[in-house]
Write a protein that binds this ligand. Structure first.
Ligand code: GLU
Length: 245
C-alpha cells in the first residue's frame, strides 16, 4: 500500500503532487500516476520512477489547480501502465490505497450496468461505482461528487484511502478513508490531502488526521468532513515534525 496525494489550490498543483510522490518513494512502488482537471480530465501514468512521470507530465504540458496522484504497490493486477492509478470512469478519476475485498462482485454488477473495465485492479471498481452513483445507475442520482462518494462507500468492503475528482466539479476534491491512513492540510493557496504527513510538508505541517469512515470535501477555501454516521465533524489540527530523512 503506497502513496496518495491530492490538492485543490489557487495555483498549479502539479509541482506539489510530484514533490509529494517523491517524498513517498522510499515506501516502494511499482508505478505512479496523476490526474489533473483543466478544462477536462488529464491523466498521465508510468511504470517508471516518479521522475519519469514528471518528464511525461512536462512533455504533455499537464497542469491544473486541482489534482490527485498515486504511487502504486500492486495487490490486484500486475505492475503495468494499464493498472497504474488514477483509474477513470468517464470524466471521473480515483486513486486508492488498500484493497477492495468485494471487487469481483462489484465488477460483475458494474459490467452488467455497461461499464467497461480497462485494468485488472480492484480500484477500477471504485471509479465505476462512484460514477454509477452520480448517474443514478446505483441508487438515486447523487447531486454532487461528495454525495456520490458517500453513496458509494457503503458498497465497499475492505480497506481504502481514496481521492476522487470529476471534471464536472472542477473545484472539488473528495477523499474518504477506512482502514488506510489519510490526512488533510491547509496551506496558503488551498487544501491538500495525503496518505502520509511527510507528503504535505512542502506546503504545511498543520495536519488533520481523518478517522475511519470519514469523507471530506475540499475546495480552495473550505473543508467539510462527515463521519461514518453522516455527522458533520471537525478533526484536531496537529503539527507534524520536520522531515528527518
Ligand atoms: N489494490 C490497489 C491496486 O492493486 C491499490 C494498491 C496500493 O495501495 O497501492 O492497484
Amino acid at each position: 500500500m503506497c502513496g496518495i496525494v491530492g490538492a485543490v489550490c489557487t495555483q498549479d498543483v502539479t509541482p506539489f503532487l510530484l514533490t509529494g510522490l517523491q517524498t513517498l518513494e522510499y515506501r516502494g512502488y511499482d508505478s505512479a500516476g496523476l490526474a489533473l482537471l483543466n478544462g477536462g480530465l488529464r491523466r498521465s501514468r508510468s511504470i517508471g520512477r516518479v521522475s519519469e512521470l514528471g518528464v511525461l507530465v512536462d512533455q504533455k504540458r499537464l497542469h491544473g489547480n486541482i489534482g490527485i496522484a498515486h504511487t502504486r504497490w500492486a495487490t490486484h493486477g500486475v505492475p503495468a501502465e494499464r493498472n497504474a492509478h488514477p483509474h477513470v470512469s468517464g470524466e471521473l478519476a480515483v486513486v486508492h490505497n488498500g484493497i477492495i475485498e468485494n471487487h469481483a462482485e462489484l465488477r460483475t454488477i458494474l459490467s452488467g450496468l455497461g461499464y467497461e473495465f480497462t485494468s485488472d485492479t480492484d480500484t477500477e471498481t471504485v471509479a465505476h461505482l462512484v460514477e454509477a452513483c452520480l448517474a443514478g445507475k446505483v441508487g438515486q442520482a447523487s447531486p454532487s461528487l461528495f454525495e456520490a462518494v458517500r453513496a458509494a462507500v457503503p458498497h465497499l468492503k475492505g480497506a481504502y484511502a481514496l481521492a476522487v475528482v470529476h471534471a464536472a466539479e472542477p473545484e472539488t476534491l473528495v477523499v474518504a478513508r477506512e482502514g488506510s491512513p489519510l490526512m488533510l492540510g491547509q496551506g496558503d493557496a488551498g487544501f491538500y490531502a495525503a496518505s502520509d504527513a511527510s507528503a504535505l510538508i512542502s506546503e504545511t505541517r498543520q495536519v488533520m488526521y481523518l478517522e475511519n469512515g470519514d469523507i471530506a470535501r475540499l475546495s480552495v477555501g473550505e473543508v467539510t468532513i462527515r463521519d461514518a454516521e453522516g455527522q458533520s465533524v471537525t478533526r484536531p489540527v496537529t503539527t507534524s515534525p520536520p522531515l528527518s530523512r
